[in-house]
Design a protein around this ligand. Structure first.
Ligand code: SAM
Length: 338
């Protein structure tokens, strides 16, 4: 038996109890193999409903390795999953769309539907972006939001495909507002809304984070060294009962730089101000080189300096399909009661 095959068998066996629980709660999107933490650096295997998505970030798999992993998983889950292989081992983790190892069957690349916490999510093996349309390590945060948003106004910052917004709508939030600058990502968010027709309609704001959050927070929008700013949608000052701040690790725009390593504060401060008194701010940091203890201190210090001290701070870890040998998963999530 190959080392990969052995590692995969162990990963599947370790998940038996979790998968039973997830299936029971209406979830069929989860990670089945988590890279170096389970014995194969750079290899991730995720189930998205009817699809099996294999991704490699360091070195590609051989066709035999890929097909035998697929066969093993389908047999273990007793499901004929549609295989998509995205090799991302070349520059900037971009998908090699020439598919020299394994081109997916057309049915695997159709528009599919996966489920999480009983909700429908759009699944697409290939689309203009690189990442899958739902980040699975945020599942527990979406579950928390679904459980705690009844009657609350919810702001989903860096909303991507609006997974958190959908969870809030399912939790009977009074209003849900998704904010992102990428039209294509919000369009998938709209599709996700349509895939769940019984839920209330969500709001979508297509805007750069910095001008949008500063307006919501009632802060001025500074020009950068006298440069004229591009236009941006005007928004009224507004606070929300529940705010989710889950930014990318690094992104630069005309309005500012998102930099989770060097400057979390400039993202956090306006988000704190846009959170209502007695509200909740959930903030995330997915950089593995940032340690939870230091980041948590930084977050708490920033809140009290701003006059919005945190009454309670809870750590929310990803579920067991994202095992971490040292107990320090890259995605860190704090639930701040203000
Ligand atoms: C890693 S995703 C965030 C994941 C998301 N919170 C979720 O629940 O899946 C990063 C998102 O940030 C958006 N983004 C990056 N820089 C931005 C900016 N300056 N203003 C608004 N959105 C931005 C991208 O378009 C992308 O959708």
């Amino acid at each position: 038996m190959s080392t990969l095959n052995q590692a995969l068998r162990a990963a599947l066996a370790n998940r038996d109890a979790l998968l039973a629980e997830l299936h029971h709660q209406g979830t069929d999107c989860y990670r089945l193999f988590h890279g170096s933490q389970e014995g194969a650096g750079g290899l991730t295997i995720d189930r998205y409903g009817p699809q099996l998505l294999v991704q490699t970030f360091h070195q590609q798999l051989s066709r035999d390795e890929l097909l035998s992993a697929h066969e093993l998983i389908c047999a273990h889950l007793n499901q004929p999953l549609l295989l998509v292989y995205n090799d991302r081992s070349q520059g900037n983790s971009r998908i090699d769309r020439s598919d020299p190892i394994y081109p997916a069957e057309p049915a695997a690349l159709d528009d599919l539907i996966g489920h999480e916490w009983g909700l429908n999510y759009r699944v697409r093996g290939r689309h203009p972006g690189q990442d899958p349309l739902l980040f699975l390590d945020l599942r527990n945060a979406r579950g928390w939001v679904k459980q705690h948003s009844a009657g609350k106004s919810v702001l989903n910052l860096f909303a991507y495909t609006c997974g958190v917004g959908l969870a809030a709508a399912a939790g009977r939030a009074s209003a849900v507002c998704n904010l992102d600058f990428a039209e294509g990502n919000l369009a998938v968010g709209q599709e996700n809304g349509l895939l769940n027709p019984k839920l209330q309609v969500m709001e979508f704001i297509q805007s750069d984070y910095f001008p949008a959050i500063r307006q919501l927070a009632g802060l001025p929008i500074a020009q950068r060294r006298g440069q004229k700013l591009p236009s941006y949608p005007r928004l009224p000052q507004r606070q929300f009962d529940l705010v989710l701040l889950d930014p990318p690790a690094w992104a630069k725009s005309a309005f500012g730089t998102v930099d989770l390593l060097r400057d979390y504060q400039s993202l956090l401060k306006p988000a704190l101000l846009a959170t209502a008194e007695d509200g909740v701010l959930i903030c995330c940091n997915n950089l593995s080189k940032v340690a939870m203890a230091e980041w948590r201190e930084q977050v708490l210090r920033c809140a009290s300096k701003l006059g919005r001290p945190v009454r309670d701070c809870q750590v929310l870890a990803p579920a067991a399909d994202f095992p971490s040998r040292d107990g320090q998963p890259p995605l860190k999530t704090l639930i701040l009661q203000l």
